[in-house]
Write a protein that binds this ligand. Sequence first.
Ligand code: TRP
Length: 331
Amino acid sequence: MDTVVSGIRPTGFLHLGNYFGALRNFIKMQNENNCYFFIADYHSLTTHPTPGDLRTNVKNVLIDYVAAGLDPEKATIYVQSDVPQVCELSLLLSMNVYVGELQRVASFKEKVRRQPNNVNAGLLNYPVLMAADILLHRADKVPVGKDQEQHLEMTRDFAQRFNHIYQNEYFKLPVAYNFGNDLIKIPGLDGSTKMSKSDNEGSCVYLSDAPEVVRKKIMKAVSDSGPTEPGQPKSQAVENLFSLMKAVSAPDTLQYFEDQYQACQIRYGDMKKQLAADMIAFIQPIYERILELRSKDDYISKIAREGAEKARESAAKTIKDVREIIGFKAL
Ligand code: TRP
């Protein structure tokens, strides 16, 4: 059985894009692998959240994931800072990581460009901590999006360097697990090609949105003035409505509106009404579990506590081995 590790940054509520991106695949993977899914709260400190925000974000992300189907009986779900062994591994790895190579990382350069007044050492060290997250459980596979592939490559470099220096094969070289065709791209309601909270709050449908909120958002989604001749290509905004429908509606519903479009008879109001109904049907069970879990503090704490215990067990073993390999011995 393969060991799978992935981290989730606690940036707020989960939206449909997150669901059809990583989450749906995590849910599938948990059945066949030894999975560790953690909330990367150490990483989130690079943006300096207040203590209150940090706590609520971590809790909300945990609730959303469990409500959507991550199962604490199948996967080890934990909060990164509950397993501080990762800091030790990060420190140990960092001794063989060069400042120059960290400065050349694409995500770091992007941060330097976007937030020149907060280029903290945590940002520079981000790939090392991420490598430690992964190597801590000696992962085989790491399900991540395209934007994280460079980090994965570095993880392999660091692992290989360690193995080389100490002349062993202790760390496996984890591979990026890409969902490829399984990934349904969820566009925004504002005509943008990707549902993204950082671009526009209003373009997102959250798993925790109440049905009437979902309906309002969909009815307000951007469309266009309609096709005037058969075969006319769809505008991006209308293409988006079809993509969303493809994700949550039945194939014959999608086909019906496709035919209407091709015949220049489409009424976007009708299409949105149908899309809203199907979207609500899709989200509602998750939404209801979210509400339920929000009132079950004890259950949420128990998930975090038990996940942390299991993760610490796996971490302690790795740290013990690594300390021995490096040469730390009791005097
Ligand atoms: N960097 C990842 C992201 O931004 C989050 C993350 C942190 C992660 N540690 C990880 C992902 C380890 C996979 C494995 O999405």
